[in-house]
Ligand binder design. Structure first.
Ligand code: M6R
Length: 610
């Protein structure tokens, strides 16, 4: 959450900062600001409440001209979204800071800084950082030593960039708990929360480690670690193209990302199945050997990734015959859980920076899990760097706040994990073959499911004036219903709940009336007859139903019952296919309602604070 960009160059950097913020806007979009320093150290600071475009307009008017600068797009934690609380925060018009994270001991620091005469101009936790740096600056010889000393007094999470008008050709950056990458150019250097921000200016990046503090000038980057020792961090070439992070002609990232799913799955499975078997290194070197002895799988994740984990539980228990638990990371990290012998901890995350999931992994490492595996979409992320085993999803950048392709790619990876566990244990050959064939067929079947876009667009009109909706499924389609409900509420602001259909008459049936649309995920599987009874119970109470099915034989549209049929698919991949119509449904309902599809209110893409 919150996006940071910084630059030290020979050329004017204002446009680079603004472009970087636009590319980071998925991280937060309630206010934005920048501070630009010219060679003499004159600092121009401009902030606006609202999106980066408003800042860009203000910047056009003021045209700050400088070669060093920092910028920020905010997702509010402490203090309402407002110009006053927007970053950069400044102390004595000398120091400016942008920050991503939460300073947990801000209250105590604030009181002591006020007692020493500092005046606070915002309600943020961040402002303590800049006054603290100001205060310490008299005790240290340079900006990096000052920032290093300040970090030792901060409790919490930060990725920060600091400028000093008395030293206008450098920036100092520090990381603990919130990601930062350094971008290497020719005679210029950059910093950002995510390399996507800097792709127009460089493709060479180094990821800062926890506790690192770095000085960035035009010609050099010098980094010290948490102990103050000089260190080098590997510089690597990014293979993400600047275009991959664009909209490619689509109206929204979300729609583009829905349509990218077949290709994302092809890429993710490529070279991971060889001659019908899971490649030895698909889940990391030595993984198959480790999987042999695994007797329990613990999945930890948040949001959409949690829903993917819930589907995977059905697959793992049914096909591998070992127990599997799934828990929301923010719960897992704060309770004393029982660790089964020979347990594999699996974290699922698109971003690899979700604070709760990362904390859960760190906790699990001290609890005696046999090994940890992350299934993650960002190679440079903390989860990837801190897990024993990694399955890198190759979904490409996912920028729409509502997760779509990450979900289906995670599911494909988890089905492959079930296969890998079976192969490692030399069991369930029949499933292994079936899963291999089903995964091969998956991208083409997803493409066929796209033909549902137009019929669903028409249905969406009927949802736009609704306040609530129920989503029903059974078995491995229950988590698909959960994901469908999450998508709808997230981008259209319609209150949506998912229930295992068999649970209806234990309470939620009381909600049913003509104003409560009910969406049912109803593939032709062993639970279909049970589900049909549940549907009848709902219909009898006058609900309007939308049934997504894959067999012409079971449902017929009738008054109060709209049936959308897709091609029948192997039961193993049905959950991956049935989410597609639900993604379209939420997208088109949001479009009819005119909400901000890619940047829904109050949310941000990468939840780096707990
Ligand atoms: O990056 P992660 O997969 O760890 O993110 C987890 C959730 O924050 C995320 O899935 C969130 O629920 C999405 N906005 C849902 O569309």
């Amino acid at each position: 959450m919150c996006g940071i960009v910084g630059a030290v160059a020979e050329r004017p950097i204002t446009e680079i900062l603004i472009e970087g913020l636009k590319r980071l806007e998925y991280r937060g979009y309630d206010s934005a600001g920048l501070a630009v320093l010219n060679r003499e150290g004159k600092t121009t600071c401009i902030k606006r409440q609202g999106k980066v475009d408003l800042l860009a307009q203000a910047v056009d008017k003021h045209a700050p001209n400088g070669t060093t600068g920092i910028a920020h797009t905010r997702w509010a934690t402490h203090g309402a979204p407002s110009e006053r609380n927007a970053h950069p925060h400044q102390s004595g018009s000398r120091f400016s800071v942008v920050h991503n994270g939460i300073i947990e001991n801000h209250q105590g620091l604030r009181e002591s800084l006020i007692a020493e005469g500092y005046t606070f101009n915002s309600d943020t936790d961040t402002e303590v950082i800049v006054h603290l740096i100001h205060k310490l600056s008299t005790d240290y010889k340079d900006l990096r030593s000052t920032v290093f000393a300040a970090t030792k007094q901060l409790v919490g999470a930060y990725g920060m960039v600091v400028s000093d008008s008395q030293s206008p050709n450098e920036l100092v950056v520090a990381r603990s708990g919130s990601p930062l990458v350094i971008g290497y150019g020719l005679g210029e250097h950059f910093v950002a929360s995510d390399q996507l921000a800097l792709l127009p200016v460089t493709r060479r990046f180094a990821v800062l480690e926890e506790g690192d503090v770095a000085q960035i000038t035009r010609d050099a980057v010098s980094i010290i670690d948490a102990l103050g020792e000089p260190v080098r961090r590997a510089i690597e070439e990014s293979d993400i193209t600047a275009e991959a992070s664009g909209k490619a002609g689509y109206k929204h990232y979300m729609l583009k990302e829905i349509f990218e799913q077949p290709e994302a799955i092809r890429r993710t499975l490529q070279d991971r199945i060889i001659d019908g078997n899971v490649a030895d290194d698909a889940f990391g070197n030595g993984s198959l050997e480790l999987f042999k002895d695994i007797k329990h799988v613990q999945i930890v994740a948040c949001g959409t990734s949690y829903n993917a984990g819930m589907v995977a539980r059905y697959w793992i228990e049914q096909t591998v015959g070992i127990s599997c638990s799934v828990e929301i990371a923010s719960e897992f990290r704060y309770r004393e859980s029982f660790v089964h012998k020979d347990s594999l901890l699996v974290t699922l995350s698109q971003s690899g920076e979700t604070a709760d999931t990362l904390a859960a992994l760190r906790l699990a490492k001290s609890l005696g899990y046999s090994t940890s595996l992350t299934i993650c979409n960002v190679e440079t992320s903390s989860l990837v760097r801190e897990s024993d085993l990694v399955y890198l999803m190759k979904a490409g950048p996912e920028i729409g706040v509502a997760s779509t392709k990450a979900f289906t790619v995670q599911l494909a990876a988890m089905l492959l994990l079930s296969k890998a566990l079976c192969e490692a244990k030399n069991i369930n050959q029949e499933f292994c073959e079936e899963a291999g064939q089903a995964l091969n067929a998956l991208p083409a079947q997803m493409e066929r499911a796209f033909s549902l876009e137009q019929p669903i667009k028409a249905l969406a009109e009927q949802f736009a004036d609704k306040q609530h909706a129920l989503f029903l499924g059974r078995g491995d389609q229950y988590p698909v219903a959960m994901e469908g409900a999450l998508k709808l509420k997230e981008i259209s602001y319609i209150h949506a709940e998912a229930y295992a259909a068999g649970e209806l008459k234990h309470g939620p049936l009381a909600l049913i009336d003509a104003d409560m649309p009910v969406v049912v995920v109803a593939p032709d599987n062993v639970l279909l007859d049970k589900l049909k009874s549940n549907i009848e119970e709902v219909r009898a109470r006058g609900s309007v139903m939308y049934v997504f099915a894959d067999s012409d034989d079971h449902f017929e549209s009738a008054p109060g019952l709209d049936v959308v049929n897709m091609a029948h698919a192997n039961h193993l991949i049905a959950p991956i296919l049935f989410i597609i119509p639900l993604q379209f449904l939420s997208y088109y309902v949001a479009l009819v309602k005119g909400t901000d599809v890619d940047q829904p209110r109050n949310l941000a893409k990468s939840v780096t604070v707990e």
